[in-house]
Design a protein around this ligand. Structure first.
Ligand code: GLU
Length: 450
């Protein structure tokens, strides 16, 4: 049994109750073996055994009072996974499905993603099993404050810098920033994704979605093709999906779908981004509202989807952008996409494709941009926000967007060069994982056992 398989077997025994964490680790470990064979130091220093264990996982009670005067109790977490190359960095997710296993999967992914950006940021992730759906503005504020009442003692601008993820956007970051300042008396860049009024960076809101499209462009160009004139399907209707659609239009492609947890929109003329923003960012409504505002658009509720499938992936397209959540695209979906002639899949969400779907894309030899590489524009721009905060500067939109383009290009180059080094030129899963891994592993070795 190889070193990687051996570590994987041990983890399966130990963390059998954390399936998505095991899935994320499996995807990484199974691609690292060529790098482990090439340099025996990684096994000698037991890097795999060490890197799969978070440096620290904090779990805490969050209690708050709802609008009816009832006491509510939630579970909060921060997984400080790896600080070998910089302070812990990664988002906070507020969603009823959140548990330690989900945050370990996300934190583990974040280590490699952050390393791949070439910037000095370690990996972390946090959140709570709080469901923002149906909560009033004041309830959301009270929850954010209660969450920060514990989190503040574990974070800091050179220690651990949280940001948004599913269920956490500019509004929630603002409430948490206010509470952190109140508790610590410190005005620092402790969170990213802030409002530009108090230290946020221009282009951070757009960064994950835009970055995903920049990455897809690089993939297509490397094959002598482009996204221009292509019909694209996008899943999700949150921050990543919205700005992915916006950038697709800007480069001459046409996004025709979006979806939320209740249903999907198919708009043959192309998704109207201004309407989508109005529905999701302003009204915080369901996509049925989009169908009301755009009479030609077709709404399909999830209850009408084929069993176990996301109907978005059945819409014929040349490029697909999964921007909703983990495991939203399975083998059946992958087969339909490939049969319909899809040439490019670029992941805006974290681990949206199941392992067998990933293998189907790799086998077909299409452009496949794994999340760690393709969606790293968000966290990279968070680091640009940290840099602006630390130097007390505020860069203009163009400056940040140009840096983001440069970083996405760097990520593509380092993933594809590494893939080539290991004789598997188009396998960006292998390239991204090995490139991200080596920097962190070498830093861990240089810092000793501590
Ligand atoms: N949640 C985002 C991600 O998955 C952004 C994290 C950040 O900006 O720190 O990378």
């Amino acid at each position: 049994m190889s070193y990687a398989q051996n570590v994987m077997e041990g983890l399966k025994q130990k963390y059998a109750s954390e399936p998505v964490f095991l899935q994320a680790v499996q995807e990484v470990l199974m691609t690292l073996q060529p790098a482990l064979d090439k340099d025996p130091k990684y096994q000698k220093y037991k890097i795999l055994e060490r890197i799969v264990e978070p440096e620290r996982a904090i779990s805490f009670r969050v209690e708050w009072v709802d609008d009816k005067g009832e006491i509510q109790v939630n579970r909060g977490y921060r997984v400080q996974y790896n600080s070998a190359i910089g302070p812990y960095k990664g988002g906070l997710r507020f969603h009823p499905s959140v548990n330690l296993g989900i945050l370990k999967f996300l934190g583990f992914e974040q280590i490699f993603k952050n390393s791949l950006t070439g910037l000095a940021i370690g990996g972390g992730k946090g959140g709570a099993d709080f469901d923002p759906k149906g909560k009033s503005e004041v309830e959301v504020m009270r929850f954010c404050q209660a969450f920060m009442n514990e989190l503040f003692r574990h974070i800091g601008d050179t220690i651990d810098v949280p940001a948004g993820d599913i269920g956490v956007g500019g509004r929630e970051v603002g409430y948490m920033f206010g509470q952190y300042k109140k508790l610590t008396k410190s005005y620092e860049g402790v969170l990213t994704g802030k409002n530009v009024l108090f230290g946020g960076s221009l282009a951070r809101t757009e960064a994950t979605g835009y970055g995903n499209v920049y990455f897809a462009q690089s993939m297509m160009e490397s094959r002598g093709d482009s996204l221009e004139g292509k019909t694209c399907v996008v899943s999700g209707a949150g921050n990543v999906a919205i700005y992915c659609c916006e950038k697709l239009w800007q480069i001459g492609a046409k996004p025709v779908t979006v979806c939320d947890s209740r249903g999907m929109i198919y708009d043959a003329d192309g998704i109207k981004v201004d309407v989508l923003k109005q529905v999701k960012e302003v009204e915080r409504a369901s996509l049925t509202r989009y169908a009301e505002l755009v009479p030609g658009a077709k709404y399909t509720p999830v209850t009408d989807y084929p069993a176990g499938r996301n109907a978005v992936w059945s819409v014929p397209c040349e490029a697909a952008f999964p921007c909703a959540t983990q495991n939203e695209l399975n083998l059946e979906d992958a087969k339909v996409l490939l049969a319909n002639g899809c040439k490019c899949v670029s992941e805006g969400a974290n681990m949206p494709s199941t392992l067998d779907a990933v293998h189907a894309f790799l086998e077909a030899g299409i452009c496949y941009g794994p999340a760690k590489a393709a969606n790293a524009g968000g966290v990279a721009t968070s680091q640009l926000e940290m840099a602006q905060n630390a130097s007390m500067q505020a860069w203009d939109f163009e400056t940040v967007d140009n840096k983001l383009r440069g970083i996405m290009k760097h990520i593509f180059t380092s993933a594809s060069e590494t893939a080539k080094e290991f004789g598997n030129a188009h396998n960006l899963v292998l390239g991204a994982n090995i490139a991200g891994f080596r920097k962190v592993a070498d830093a861990m070795i240089a810092q000793g056992v501590c």
